[in-house]
Every structure is written in C-alpha cells, then in structure tokens.
Design a protein around this ligand. Structure first.
Ligand code: KIV
Length: 273
C-alpha cells in the first residue's frame, strides 16, 4: 500500500486540479458527508472530497437525490469542511437550489460558501446552466460541472443507464462540455458515459474531467465512499471497484459487542470506575 499517504499537507486548490491535468497527474476523489469519515479520507491523501447530494441516498435513505434540501447540504458540507486539511472540498448544489433562476442560483451558491467553508461547488447540467454557472464563477466561486448521467434529472432521463450512447447525444455532451469550460468551470464530472467519449471530452477541454463510470482516460476518478468501502450491499454497478467489506467488519464487531453485553463480559473491571 506504499505511496498513498501524502506528506504534502498543503491545501489543494481548484486551480491545482487544472495544473494536475496539464501535468498528467491523475486526480483522486471520493465523497464524504460527515466530519469523522472526511477526516479519515483526507488523512489518506485524497485530492478532492465531494459532499455529494448522494447524501440523500447514503445518509438519509431516500430513493434518489431530489429530496435533500439546501439546509441539509449545508449541514453535511460544514461538517466535512471542518475536518479537511488537504483535499479540495466541493459541495453539490442540491436540486431546486439553482434551477429556478440565475439570481437565485448565485444567491444560494454564495450562501453555501459563507456558511460551510467548502472550496468549490458542483452543478449538474450543460448549456442550459452555463449562464448561472458564469454568474457564480464571476462571484468568485469555483464551479465543477456535471454531465452525462445527472441524477437530479432522473425523472426526465427515465433511469440510471449509460448516457450519450448515440452520436447525437455524444455531440451534445461535447458541446455542453465546451460551454461549461467557457462559463469558467475548473472541472467537469462525467458520469456513466462511454469511455471513448469521456476521453474525447478530456482532450477537448482545458478543465479537469472527473469520471465515474466513464473509463480510464478522464483526468481523475470519483466514487461514493460507502460503495467503494463495501458499506452499501445492494449497489454493485459495473464501474464500481469495492476495496473493503466494511459492512461485514461492522456487523461482526457489533455482533461481538452484543455477545459481550449479554454475557456480562463487557464492561470488565478495567473498563469500570
Ligand atoms: O452526489 C454524488 O455523489 C455525485 C457523484 C456520483 C459524482 O455527484
């Protein structure tokens, strides 16, 4: 496991993501939603932490990302930002917080920055969001775009399948990526798109592409931490690599604890006052 613990404790900035792309250094990202987990992930040396609106699924147990509120995202983002010393912390703007108008998007973006201490925001959508994104960037806030499978539009998309399989959608996605770059995005998440298209987008734009289910040619990768640590049992898409079985570890530990309580093994004399 050599080489994954960082000795460089300087805070990573959004402009560094672009520098890493130019230098050909791959960018590692994971999600986190709470102080304790974010601290563990940060100390392992990750480059970026996304306070994803997947908190809606992972933390709150909702079926999709639509119900999570701006106040709830602010609570998660503040907890993560407090723990992180090294990684760039990006917070998802939740559904409904930027779609209504450009002005409301900017106001809510400013609120997240003021109240959480995160370093950047992520916004789903292409050309239709470019004007809002430009306004947020002009306010001094780094923005990461999000193309391909955009879960906040799941009801319009009709499912969580691979996006941009046909040429027309692939061309549209490439044009959207150019628009997001022109709007000032420092990065673009590419979710569930063919590897060849993700590679083409990565070569075309100057901002850093972060893939999830988008092959190996993006500038970086992101996974949901609970999925890659084996905490979520039912979710096993093809793109996911599971690095641990924390679900089994936790179940086993809890089982031992229950047994120790029932048999009066715990607490022992040395664990008592
Ligand atoms: O909310 C999230 O976790 C995300 C990642 C899947 C990229 O947007």
């Amino acid at each position: 496991m050599a080489g994954y613990l960082t000795t460089d404790k300087k805070k990573i900035t959004s402009t560094q993501f672009i520098a890493m792309k130019r230098a050909g250094e791959k960018i590692s990202m994971l999600t986190a939603y709470d102080y304790t987990t974010a601290g563990i992930i940060d100390r392992a040396g990750i480059d970026g932490i996304l306070v994803g609106d997947s908190a809606s699924n992972v933390m709150a147990g909702h079926a999709d990302t639509l119900p999570i509120t701006l106040d709830e995202m602010i609570y998660h983002a503040r907890s993560v930002a407090k723990a992180v010393k090294h990684a760039l912390v990006v917070c998802d703007m939740p559904f409904g917080s930027y779609q209504i108008s450009r002005e409301e998007g900017i106001r809510n973006a400013v609120r997240v920055m003021k109240e959480t201490g995160v370093d950047a925001l992520k916004i789903e959508g292409g050309a239709e969001m470019a004007d809002t994104i430009k306004g947020i960037v002009d306010a001094g806030i780094p923005v990461m775009g999000h193309l391909g499978l955009t879960p906040q539009s799941i009801n319009k998309l009709g499912g969580y399948g691979l996006r941009a399989k046909d040429e027309a959608e692939a061309e549209r996605l490439l044009a959207d990526a150019r628009k997001l770059e022109a709007a000032g995005c420092f990065g673009i998440t590419l979710e569930k798109v063919p590897a060849a298209l993700a590679a083409k987008v990565t070569k075309t734009v100057g901002c850093a592409t972060i893939g999830i289910g988008a092959g190996n040619e993006t500038d970086g990768q992101i996974l949901v931490y609970a999925d890659m640590l084996g905490m979520t049992q039912a979710f096993r898409p093809k793109f996911l690599r599971v690095y641990a079985d924390l679900s089994a570890v936790m179940t086993d530990a809890v089982g031992h604890y229950i047994n120790d309580v029932k048999t009066k093994d715990f607490p022992s004399a040395t664990e008592s006052y």
